[in-house]
Design a protein around this ligand. Structure first.
Ligand code: MRU
Length: 356
């Protein structure tokens, strides 16, 4: 599984090869590179739920191919029964994680493609689904590149960029969202440095962002989440760029837990705070961040680190995987169609109202 962008020096996040969905198991990175083949709906659901494939855009692409995998055992059914099973399995995959809208966005798009198709047998409809999933995959790579082109204008020579979690190549099937401007600025020879928050509890920043930026030769420094405020206060950070899992119509957005703290600190010290996100992450049907469902995950993700207990047995735990940052803390959205500034409700509707 070769990355679509050779200069990333990474295996691809996922691939569709010989009618099989292969994913890079992100829970094993950076120590081991393990490619897993997913062969049925349950395996796809578990891979998404357990974060072996994660990051909003990558989840969307995995779900599209995952639905094809889920339908492979039904290719001999009469077309009506195939269509019924398709709806059921899409609903099942959609239940794997609640916050990243790309999951439901992609599955709805797959169902719309099936509705549009005039295939008269199950195998032809299956082929149409594979074509749609391939389009979603190709588009994801293009969206990252476009976000990168717009966002690289924000990275001045000599500047410090802070990012949180992993909105990188591993969270997409291309250059990433928050990292796309970083990779393109690097490719353009602009000197700058990146600070990667480690991102407790699952350490996507340490395990994934630090790894992928280092692999690409980017000047990256790993910090713990609690260090970000002091770096920002000390003028080490000129711009914050993060990703998003769901953007509401008013510009509030959900992203990995800890993003809100970074946004508040950035505002306090007048550091611009940008959100890189493709249109597949916009949810203009959701009016504000209050309506975004936040995934709550298992206690042991907080009480254990690398399989070792770090807290007293029986301690009460909270583990929301995401937080919501209000739109008034956002300087701008870096989208495939350009950088959007406030007022976000009208700007998002004007640019994307017809598409999301
Ligand atoms: O729980 P995860 O690892 O799926 O969370 C990922 C994030 O929060 C990313 O910042 C977000 O999905 C943007 S990915 C381009």
């Amino acid at each position: 599984m070769v990355s679509p962008s050779p200069f990333l020096n990474l295996p691809a996040t996922l691939a569709w090869e010989d009618d099989c969905l292969r994913i890079l198991d992100q829970t094993r990175l950076p120590q081991s590179t393990v490619i897993e083949t997913l062969t049925n709906a349950h395996e796809v659901w578990r891979a998404i739920h357990e974060l072996r494939v994660r990051g909003a855009p990558a989840i969307g692409v995995a779900a599209a191919y995952g639905l094809c995998v889920a339908m492979q055992s039904s290719r001999d059914l009469p077309i009506g029964a195939f269509r019924e099973a398709l709806k059921e399995r899409a609903a099942y995959l959609d239940s794997a994680r609640p916050t990243a809208v790309n999951l439901s966005w992609s599955l709805k798009r797959m169902l719309r493609a099936a509705d549009r198709s005039n295939a008269s047998d199950a195998l032809s409809l299956y082929r149409a689904l594979v074509d749609e999933a391939t389009s979603i995959h190709d588009e994801d790579q293009l969206l990252c590149e476009q976000i990168g082109r717009h966002g690289m204008t924000l990275i001045a020579p000599g500047s410090g960029v802070l990012t949180h979690c992993n909105a990188g190549a591993l969270a997409t099937t291309g250059l990433g969202t928050a990292t796309a401007p970083i990779y393109l600025a690097q490719r353009a020879g602009i000197p700058f440095r990146v600070y990667a928050d480690e991102t407790r509890p699952l350490l996507q920043g340490a395990r994934l962002t630090a790894y992928e930026l280092q692999q690409a030769g980017v000047d990256v420094t790993l910090i713990t989440d609690g260090m970000a405020a002091s770096l920002i206060a000390g003028k080490q950070v000129d711009v914050v760029i993060v990703g998003a899992d769901r953007v509401a119509a008013n510009g509030d957005f959900a992203n990995k837990i800890g993003t809100l703290s970074v946004a508040i600190v950035a505002r306090h010290f007048n550091v611009p705070f940008y959100v890189a996100c493709p249109s597949s992450t916009l949810d203009l049907q959701t009016p504000s961040g209050n309506a975004i469902v936040i995934e709550e995950r298992r206690d042991d993700e907080v009480t254990h680190l690398g399989g070792h207990a770090i807290a007293p047995e029986g301690i009460k735990v909270r583990n929301p995987a995401f937080d919501v940052t209000p739109h008034d803390l956002v300087t701008g959205y870096i989208t495939e169609r350009g950088i959007i500034n406030a007022p976000f409700d009208t700007q998002l509707a004007a640019l994307f109202g017809a598409t999301s």
